[in-house]
Design a protein around this ligand. Sequence first.
Ligand SMILES: [Zn+2]
Length: 673
Amino acid sequence: MKELILAAVVSTLAFSAFAEDHDHQALKTGNGKPATSATIAANKAVAKTLNYADVRAFENNNRGLIASFDQATGDLIHNSFNFIDPRAENAHKAPDTVNPSLWRQAAYNQAAEGLYQVHQGLYQVRGADLASMTFIRGKTGWIAYDVLTSIEAAAQAMKFFFANVPEGKNLPIVAMIYSHSHADHFGGARAIQEAFPNVRVYGSKNITKEIVDENVLAGNAMGRRVAYQYGNTLGRNETGIVDAALAKGVTFGQITYVKPHKEMNLKGKWETAEIDGIEMIFMDASGTEAVSEMVTYIPSIKAVWTGEMMYQGMHNVYTLRGTKVRDSLKWSKDINEMINAWGDDVEILFGSHSAPIWGNSEINDYMKMQRDAYGFIHNQALRLANSGYVMQDLGDKIYEVMPESIRKSWHTNGYHGTYSHNARAVYNMYLGYFDMNPANLNPLPIKPESAKFVEYMGGASKLLAKAEKDFAKGEYRFVATALNKLVQVEPDNRKVRKLLADTYEQLGYQSESAGWRNTYLTGAQELRLGKVTPGALKPDSADIISEMDIGLLFDYLAVRVDATKAQHTPFTLSMHMPDTGEYYFIEMSNGNLNNVKTNVMREADAAIILKQSDVTRLQLGQVKLDKLLASKKAEITGDQAVLEKLMASLVEFDDSFEIVPFSEVQVDSHIYD
Ligand SMILES: [Zn+2]
């Protein structure tokens, strides 16, 4: 059952492993094409609007630097981005092929690398992974806030911390706290626990359940889409990937998890606790950036830890890889709760991405601007929707109504989320995908619709000629729309693939958002080279899989059932796990696989008894069902054919399905050599 679940869980982790360096090297990741004059002009126009004189974010990042990464530690991520100058005074020198605002963010994130003292007894290792690791001096040892993506990254960051911290070198890590349910914040947990077995672990409300549940059912699709959003197959250079918005990128290695001894805020929005002698106030912020999330205030040093509620940019209300839409109103209101509760007293604000901010008024300005940016997206998207604008219009319209102050501030720029896709997400959350225009109620499927479109345009050569003209004028957005129709109809047309790839590439070069850039450039890459398979993700997710309940496992199997086949093979199956005392009744009916938790073993075609722990081993591929049956660790009675019926009804998902049409035809491959 290994393949059943691993792919899904990997996507659950809500991040990319685009730092899969070993596999990465095997890809053709050289240079793309130069920027066109239209792109150069567009990027120059963007540069004119940017307030380069405001270098506060860079100053805050450099403040308190104790030690830069040495050669051994620095190669985690930053070395591969050494083509980016991290100095504020050069942040305006964007190459023609990168949106100047994104380039500045790329420089800012490149500048974060090493151990920093934020305050007495408060340190951060920044730039060792996508997230930062924070250390707070407690009464008897250190408290670690968020522990990176992998065991390797956490071990290295911890070693670097203890080698360079000017105090408490011999003290243990006595507690670790996860701010939320995304893997870049807990995946390194075992590194800490192995070094300090007595470490106490704290997490946000329902974190374990949400880590396992979030996105499992759509896991295969998300896994494929992640590679686009994070540009897993792109080269790291001025025509490829330059940044990951939150930081440079994710490290490779094993994702682990240590279940918290205590989840906070189970009884309400606020909870005060003393952790190793330090008083902390936890505020539940679940349903903002993550399904399970919290922020923390430390009264003794007047510091607020924002987790991932805020960073130096606009976050994703909707994530391109595919997520349920997040609630931007709750996001805005929860930031307001923080301002209301702590705004008068706060002197330090630090998060798990980006540098801290010091000083009460600076922090309040920052929090208010962040609050208002999420509120703006929510309220204006709905104002426009209530005025008759539809999802497709909102992407542009939202910029037209944006207040100057939001436009001018660096940390509200759309590096991760964009206002365009976030505003459309708000529409989608409230009104769904349909815009009430009858023409959009029942359009033809993509391929036949594209064929008619091309026919109405006068055929392939006429469409292509028009597209070439518009490309020369820099009208890339509509050229992409039109050529996408044509490439659906003629996927082997070399000229079409080439021009559409060139079009996506220029759109990528103009994008402020790292995710948009990567998505366009990956589309261009696949049009030119055909399917480019990213390095396989190989997390050791045993810690997480063992938390998955049987009901969710069968929910996922139900998604894999081919209903046309299964309609002819109904069956019922009872299941009992003696180690957890749980019973399930599984029923294939009308081609649909149902499961329900029961109190007793219900009568069924077959009954199976096996331990939950063996189900985990089955999922991890550590054992086979026939072995368990032979060794009497599992027992099956009744009609044995039930299991065969189940297995025969399941499809295998293709984890590299077509996004741009595939073809054997290669174009422009030399540019990646
Ligand atoms: Zn994160």
